[in-house]
Design a protein around this ligand. Structure first.
Ligand code: ATP
Ligand code: FE
Length: 335
């Protein structure tokens, strides 16, 4: 089975070709324009998707070395995400499916982040059902009980900012360009994680909160800069390391709680922040410390990509779960 998958939920235009559960191509066009604004500008994102979508799809097909007439279905991200961005991918997928007279498959972006773990790779272990997935991305922070490919239950989530926002917004306070997450990760490697102490939020159950951290970092930096205008420059590595340490502690505390509550010791992480080296190390340690089995997606499947939409599409294809032609994109879409 050959599936073309399209992802356009935020600021990356991506197309991928899968042969069954193997990825033949995964093309991602990132939009640089948003850097100037320190965040994604929805209107500009939709316009860039319109420019990118045709060449990106062409490239994905060419790289896979197949002919478009070999495609068996087209999968696309229906939501959640920016509506204007989703409309581009959704409309394109519908038109192409009509043109080729093949079925259409709608995919939930967050299920895609989770199912990325099922992309076939040599020597790659897949989680077994049921497992816990922690989706940590630019718009979401959730702990999900995954019963099977499509039966997923959110057992905890953020009540305010997502963890990716916590990285990006605090990085912005430090004067780092958008998105700051990968830079905080890079600088943290050279700093002392115990140099500064930031407060952890007190949130009930398995829910998260990150807006308080952002505020306390802002006040802390403002106070320090008043005393020494060069404070950030001099201590950037230590600040980043301490910040990342706090964020990881918050995530790991809730994961431990979730394991206790569900008695499930298989943990998979997904979403852009799962690229973070600190969280990857903490999970490895937890394997030894608590006997967990942990799963981290391959680097290229952490941030937004169409391959993860393709693997979700593949399992829907096997289940004969197709979308109707009058389907519409939706900005809010729970898994
Ligand atoms: P969602 O999936 O919730 O709709 P999104 O698609 O915008 O949101 P992703 O592309 O999955 O988000 O992830 C982007 C986020 O990941 C950004 O906030 C970015 O800073 C963060 N990120 C990427 N790499 C790292 C890293 N190494 N360390 C920390 N954060 C990172
Ligand atoms: Fe995403």
């Amino acid at each position: 089975v050959y599936i073309l998958a399209i992802e356009s939920s935020c600021d990356d235009t991506s197309a991928s070709i899968l042969k069954n559960d193997s990825v033949l191509s995964n093309v991602v066009a990132s939009q640089k324009i948003h850097e100037e604004y320190g965040g994604v500008v929805p209107e500009l994102a939709s316009r860039a998707h319109q420019q990118n979508i045709v060449p990106v799809v062409h490239q994905a097909i060419a790289k896979a070395n197949i002919d478009k007439n070999q495609l068996n279905a087209i999968a696309f991200t229906r939501g959640p995400g920016l509506l204007g961005s989703l409309l581009v991918g959704t409309s394109f997928a519908k038109s192409m499916a009509i043109g080729l007279n093949i079925p259409l498959i709608e995919v939930n972006h967050m299920q895609g982040h989770i199912l990325a773990h099922f992309i076939h790779e040599d020597n790659f272990n897949k989680p077994e059902f049921p497992f816990l997935a922690m989706t940590i991305s630019g718009g979401h922070t959730q702990i999900v009980r995954v019963n099977n490919y499509f039966e997923m239950e959110i057992i905890g989530e953020t009540i305010d900012d997502a963890v990716g926002e916590a990285f990006d917004k605090t990085a912005k306070i430090l004067g780092l360009p958008y998105p700051g997450g990968p830079l905080v990760d890079k600088y943290a490697k050279q700093g002392n994680p115990k140099a500064y102490k930031f407060p952890k939020p007190k949130v009930e159950g398995l829910n998260f909160s990150f807006s308080g951290l952002k505020t306390s970092v802002l006040y802390f930096i403002q106070k320090q800069v008043k005393e020494d205008p060069d404070f950030i420059n001099k201590n950037l590595y230590d600040i980043c390391a301490s910040l990342q340490y706090t964020i990881i502690e918050i995530l790991m505390d809730k994961l431990k709680k979730a394991v206790k509550q569900t008695d499930i010791k298989q943990i998979a992480i997904g979403g852009g922040v799962s690229a973070n080296s600190g969280i990857r190390n903490s999970l490895k340690e937890a394997e030894k410390k608590y006997g967990w089995k942990t799963f981290v997606p391959k680097f290229e499947y952490t941030t937004d990509n169409a391959a993860m939409i393709g693997i979700a599409g593949y399992y829907k294809y096997l289940a004969n779960d197709f979308a109707r032609q009058d389907i519409t994109a939706t900005a809010r879409y729970s898994i």
